[in-house]
Design a binder for this molecule. Sequence first.
Ligand code: AMP
Length: 420
Amino acid sequence: MSTFKAPKGTYDLLPPDSAAFLAVREAIAAPLRNSGYGYIETPGFENVELFARGVGESTDIVTKEMYTLTTKGGDNLALRPEGTASVLRAALEANLHKAGNLPVKLWYSGSYYRYERPQKGRYRHFSQVGAEAIGTEDPALDAELIILADQAYRSLGLRNFRILLNSLGDKECRPVYREALQGFLRDLDLDEDTRRRAEINPLRVLDDKRAEVQKQLVGAPMLRDYLCDACKAYHEEVRELLTAAGVAFEDDEKLVRGLDYYTRTTFEFVHDGLGSQSAVGGGGRYDGLSEMIGGPALPSVGWALGVDRTVLALEAEGVDLRLPATTDVFAVPLGEEARRTLFGVVTELRRAGVATDFSYGGKGVKAAMKAANRSGARFALVLGERDLAEGVVQLKDMASGEQEAIPLAEAVAVVRGRVG
Ligand code: AMP
């Protein structure tokens, strides 16, 4: 063992478990690719100001959890804690919104970094697949994204998740509500930190997990009663479209989420088998974010689904992704000349699209067959000196143990036919 370990709050993805992560990323991306979303990739770090302004100065993500650094050139950068601000920054920088084709629909997949207190399901480096639809206000777009996330989870075989839905209002009605809530909170017996939060972002106090705080919040003004007619109608339309699509959801008027930029529709996907870190994904509408980072008004909506937690949720439900064995054929040469010849066959098989591996390191037949077994291959292709002299190679069915000699010159065609 080396003296080095993965940093606290991180872990390595190793085979065979890593295959599940790839499968989850693929499954989340598939419905997006199928619905007009184009792939975007942005840098792993950004100017720290982007997140401070975009995600919000009052959020835990910005105040406590960002990995920041100053470069030798004096730039203040942060490892990205989330995807939306970067994607919007990139879209604005490239003027994608001016190409006359709104909404700009983008999807992404990558690593994110938050200096959090590590626990199961909560890491300092984690992986998300996300989607953003930029530049259009249309309840069907909000519904589309929720439906696609639902479809992605279901395609993986996930069942025990719930969709929580809320509306946070817009720049007309939210300030009125904010003030009413602040008035209510000022009269409560709250600690210093929570008082400060109540002044900067009172909605987040509603999200406080502590029982003594929740007890005092009984009777707090609720946003639902303050939504303006436009927000109410918009929200109702999103709900109706989801219902028509057969996607079940629960209204959760306390769902405010930890990022400042959300307006109107917000939602979270929670899984009941995950304990305290139950959110597997979340998102919402962020109509004001573009202007907050210096762009034009661009009403937008998006989500990010956590890959790590989706894998944990699949485990919790006992879902077997039934990943196919990666190797179809394992080639075992016995002797120097056989090694050279068989390596050539392996190369040809691979070029023909057959997943093939080879016994390296001059192993004896016993060790090599063990390796063939471990690879999960359906067939072993064994070439000994006598086979070579006779111009044949042995094709062994690993499940039945049956073995037959096939002409070496036709090995690629025969094997291809068998695995196809
Ligand atoms: P958020 O940007 O906080 O809404 O996160 C979206 C999703 O990313 C969450 O629902 C989680 O699945 C995942 N996620 C966020 N933070 C972490 C973390 N520290 N560790 C693992 N997954 C996370």
